[in-house]
Design a protein around this ligand. Structure first.
Ligand code: NDP
Ligand code: N5H
Length: 261
């Protein structure tokens, strides 16, 4: 009964292709009976989304889509206006968006330049706050809405090569706590999922990715890598009323890797 998603609508941000964590979450939400609306930044992602959505249930086969490059205030404003027109109310938002200049995802962290630092923090951390504030101001968020972002252990600890993105994730995780505190009195919950390494487009080509998965297989309590389905089902839980007592939390869906010293 608490997992009842009838007449509930969720915004999914960050589907680049079928491997995206956002797509894994969308599929589980679709199975649970939720209505979906997507946002994208690149036209290529929009085209892919149309094809992907065709495989969803009848409720979401023609799911609406809005453009939102999170670096643009104008895009955020337009997206929120379009969301208001298309769905009226959101019961939740899944923010699965991050970017950092590849030049600073390896070697020495301190090499980072000002522009790349600002860009990584802008896209990967500030955007969560910006979209939530815009949605709230437009009265788009339902009572008890649940807001969710994706993070990685490198935001809490030093993990080789994560560097600039680790600093951005630390800011994102801290934002989750401040946003949860600010919006809690209105019933809105804000949480993060810290996922284990999953082979996606962003992960492809970044140094250390395969080694990171190998480490998980060898050392994580469950001795296997985390699947996107596992992140998806946890997201469904956090977005549902079953998680009504959870806010400001960072749930690790990482085969237990984070407890190992
Ligand atoms: P994907 O490459 O599939 O998704 C990244 C998304 O970020 C893309 O959809 C991309 O959209 C979007 N994006 C980048 N820049 C912008 C922008 N300016 N405006 C709007 N959207 C933007 O990778 P993942 O699914 O792996 O990543 C999703 C989240 O999960 C990220 O926050 C990542 O840090 C996190 N994560 C990933 C892990 C992994 O191992 N894969 C582990 C832990 C956390 P577009 O291409 O249209 O610009
Ligand atoms: C320790 C690791 C491996 C090293 C660090 C990886 C960091 C990855 C995160 C960011 C999001 C990757 C990134 O921004 C890549 C871009 O510079 C280039 N790629 C693109 O532009 C593609 C085409 C688009 C779709 O990507 C984006 N983001 O828009 C961490 C790994 C073990 C786990 C991991 C991969 C974590 C994570 O946060 O994603």
């Amino acid at each position: 009964m608490h997992l009842n998603f009838e007449n509930k609508t969720y915004l999914i941000m960050g589907v680049a292709n079928k491997r995206s964590i956002a797509w894994g979450i969308a599929q589980e939400l679709d199975k649970a009976g939720a209505k979906l609306i997507f946002s994208y930044s690149k036209e290529r992602s929009a085209k892919g989304l149309v094809k992907l959505a065709a495989d969803l249930s009848d409720l979401n086969k023609e799911a609406p889509m809005v453009k939102c490059d999170v670096t643009s205030d104008e895009d955020i404003t337009t997206a929120v206006t379009e969301l208001k027109e298309k769905v009226g109310t959101l019961n939740g938002i899944v923010h699965s968006v991050a970017f950092a200049n590849k030049d600073f995802l390896g070697d020495d962290y301190s090499a980072v330049d000002r522009a790349s630092f600002a860009q990584a923090l802008d896209i990967s951390a500030y955007s969560f706050t910006a979209i939530i504030r815009a949605a709230k101001l437009a009265d788009l968020l339902a009572e008890n809405a649940s807001l969710l972002t994706l993070t990685y252990l490198g935001g809490e600890r030093v993990i080789q090569n994560y560097n600039l993105m680790g600093v951005a994730k630390a800011a994102l995780e801290s934002s989750v706590r401040y946003l949860a505190s600010e919006y809690g009195p209105t019933g809105v919950r804000v949480n993060a999922i810290s996922a284990g390494p999953i082979r996606t487009l962003s992960a492809r080509g970044v140094g250390n990715f395969s080694e990171s998965q190998k480490m998980v297989e060898e050392r994580a309590p469950l001795r296997r890598v985390t699947t996107v389905e596992e992140v998806g089902t946890t997201a469904v839980f956090l977005l549902s009323d079953m998680a009504s007592g959870i806010t400001g939390e960072n749930i690790h869906v990482d085969s237990g890797y984070h407890i190992i010293g």
